[in-house]
Ligand binder design. Sequence first.
Ligand code: AMP
Length: 218
Amino acid sequence: MKVVLLGPPGAGKGTQAAVMAKEFTVIHVSTGDMLREAVKQGTDAGKTAKEYMDRGELVPDSIVTKIVCERITRKDAANGFLLDGFPRNINQGIELENELKKINLPLDIVLYFKTKESTSIKRLTGRRVCNNCGSNFHIVTMKPKKEGICDACGGVLIQRDDDKVDTIKNRLKVYKEQTKALLKFYKDRKILREIAGDMEVNALFKEIRKLLKKEKLI
Ligand code: AMP
């Protein structure tokens, strides 16, 4: 399956993508995670990206598109991929379409996580992320077994710099401005499927499974 997960920050795309990747043996491609890794490694791309990420703005398309295209053309993507956080604007949508045309692998569907702004804010302000493996937790709804410690690898849980209230507001604003055109783009191609991002994790996964079955993707 070749699926894009689209929706505002805090819609649960990363959480669902992690479950889906495991369950359906496809790769989870999160541009946010890849950019944070580049920042950690101190690469040139990472240094540039950090300035934008700290402000809650989009990193230049040229940087992000290159990382994604490189990733989805690797061997282990042959069984399918879940794009989480990409594309985020119409230009990236067009670039992705062109890249997939080259390798003759069009997208199957775009899962649009329709989510209330209040839900996004609650999820993002309470989110804690493992500083080692990147697993996500929430201080109320997805507590780790041991406070402050990652269940998966024992790493320390931290709050992302861009999960502070002011940056969250800007991220949501940028999302609204940039994504409208992208929704139309995929609607026109008849591959947009809407799901309720406000649902609780397990219930939402059930809905996604149902939808993927209906689409004959699993
Ligand atoms: P995320 O983890 O998806 O919320 O992304 C965190 C930040 O990484 C965003 O606020 C952007 O600064 C940057 N980013 C992630 N994906 C993209 C993308 N497709 N295009 C531009 N910037 C991105």
